[in-house]
Design a protein around this ligand. Structure first.
Ligand SMILES: [Zn+2]
Length: 218
């Protein structure tokens, strides 16, 4: 696979037949369940929003999404249609089956108090971050997951190109209003998401916006 390939693919699923249609407000965490065989869609309602996501095996939460195994297996650093999202046991957790955005990041990591400080300014440390959102959702959920389970995540709709010298850049998004990514679950999963609250990054025009999460039973 070409490491920078974008594979645009639309979906035939209608929102009218979804069993879940959830509006995820800007800056908020969300913890949801997915069953094997279900299809998940995340819609970037207003464009250039980032949705930070981790997946865990619902029957053994020590098995989690693995960015390194996913990248190594597909021979490419971006996620798009056809990407299989592998676990740390190298088993498929989900497969991306449709994608109208074209590429998603899994290198940049989640924003945190620490990255707010390093990237922006010391006084930004206490602003909301995806890592704090993850921790907040897990503290309320009591499902056996905690700080130690936060591993490198997926940033849906986020554009983090790798430069020729091997550095990472946080660029303006390649997404736009209404673009979506859709994936089918291969096992029963927890989905831990943070609709990024970042107010310091120009890539979302300093304006976090809502997204929509839909689930179909097939
Ligand atoms: Zn974030």
């Amino acid at each position: 696979m070409n490491p920078t390939a974008q594979r645009l693919q639309t979906s035939s699923l209608s929102p009218d037949t979804a069993i879940l249609r959830h509006r995820q407000w800007a800056g908020e965490p969300w913890l949801g369940e997915l069953k094997a065989g279900q299809t998940l869609r995340i819609v970037d309602l207003e464009g250039n929003q980032a949705v930070d996501v981790l997946f865990y095996n619902r029957h053994d939460v020590a098995e989690h999404y693995s960015a390194t195994d996913t990248i190594q297996q597909q021979g490419g650093i971006y996620l798009t249609t056809g990407s299989r999202l592998l676990s740390n046991l190298k088993r498929p957790m989900l497969e991306i089956v449709a994608d109208t955005c074209g590429r998603h990041d899994t290198l940049g990591g989640a924003c945190s108090a620490e990255s707010n400080t390093v990237r922006y300014a010391l006084q930004k440390k206490f602003m909301h971050s995806c890592r704090d959102n993850f921790l907040h959702a897990l503290a309320l959920a009591d499902i056996g997951l905690s700080k130690r389970d936060l591993v490198p995540n997926i940033n849906f709709f986020m554009n983090v190109p790798v430069t020729e010298s091997g550095g990472l850049k946080f660029e303006d998004g390649v997404s736009a209003p209404g673009k979506y990514v859709e994936m089918r679950a291969a096992m029963d999963l927890w989905m831990l998401a943070s609709n990024c609250p970042q107010l310091n990054n120009p890539c979302n025009a300093y304006n976090p916006t809502p997204v929509e999460i839909l689930v179909w039973d097939h």
